[in-house]
Design a protein around this ligand. Sequence first.
Ligand SMILES: O=c1[nH]cnc2c1ncn2[C@H]1C[C@H](O)[C@@H](CO)O1
Ligand SMILES: [Zn+2]
Length: 358
Amino acid sequence: MVAISYEDIVKVPKALLHDHLDGGLRPATIVELAAEVGHELPTTDPAALGVWFTEAANSGSLERYLETFAHTVAVMQTPAALRRVARECALDLAADGVVYAEVRFAPEQHLEQNLTLDEVVDAVVTGFREGSALAAEAGTPIRIGTLLTAMRHAARSQEIAELAVRHRDTGVVGFDIAGAEAGFPPTRHLDAFEYLQRENFHFTIHAGEAFGLPSIWQAIQWCGADRLGHGVRIVDDITPGNPPVLGRLAAYVRDKRIPLELCPSSNVQTGAAASIADHPIGLLRDLRFRVTVNTDNRLMSGTSMSREMALLVEAFGYGWKELQWFTINAMKSAFIPFDERLRIIDEVIKPAYAELIG
Ligand SMILES: O=c1[nH]cnc2c1ncn2[C@H]1C[C@H](O)[C@@H](CO)O1
Ligand SMILES: [Zn+2]
């Protein structure tokens, strides 16, 4: 069998569920926007800045990894900057062959210039719309859904949940909580999750990344999460062996087909996995969990959707069949309506992979 190259992977349709807007800026854009607002950067050379982000994020700790976002959030404080960053995000994902993406960000972090939360969301959604239109013109169509994140250490989740519901018909398709996990359990935000359930809205929760099973258990059994952001530590509930034995929580997650938004490179950087080859994605795929592959923060990991897949091909010997499986898993787990998901699977994803799988 001919090995699958990175260039081949770029050409096939991919679906991405877990990507942070403020973790995916172009280094050159950060430099330009920082100069406009007088924000001091570690370096103003775009190439060196890109390297700085990946190295600073390579700390083995989620808390230190998150410190790097100070430099991206600082330059995303005006409608024009937010719109530009979102437009470029859409273009970059589309150029990488991503046909469906859910991109998240935390509106509460973009209020330093006295914008309202609604103005922040409007600017980002407009940017995604513009970027998607340009991508379609360039022959690389992409559909983007926005997820609104509330920061788990803060106390604005109810407000952000209401904001998400208010914008549900204009581009926002879901809600999330993110930030340092240890010490900030999902149940701190139970009111917001119960509100979203009453509104028939969708949400995912960052859980099982820097903290283990209790976080995953709360996210699912107390908060009712549709998906798990990361969720990689579900392996703590699997006893190795032949066959491996699933504990009750792991069995529940697999039986209910709860999607895992796995982010291999990000997990290596924050210490959740020792290397890509050691990443639990191999085991979780073998056990047929609803595994999806994601970028998390393209800037901090110096990565892309195609690169994440190429790393998995290299580490686990995956072929087109497995890459199609990841892609369809993601599309099945998306927060847009069922008929739209089905259309992308049947008309975009399956025909492209069929040509390769034969
Ligand atoms: O992987 C992550 N875990 C927890 N929080 C994260 C991760 N990546 C980004 N964030 C935070 C930092 C961003 O400022 C925020 C909103 O995108 O979400
Ligand atoms: Zn994340």
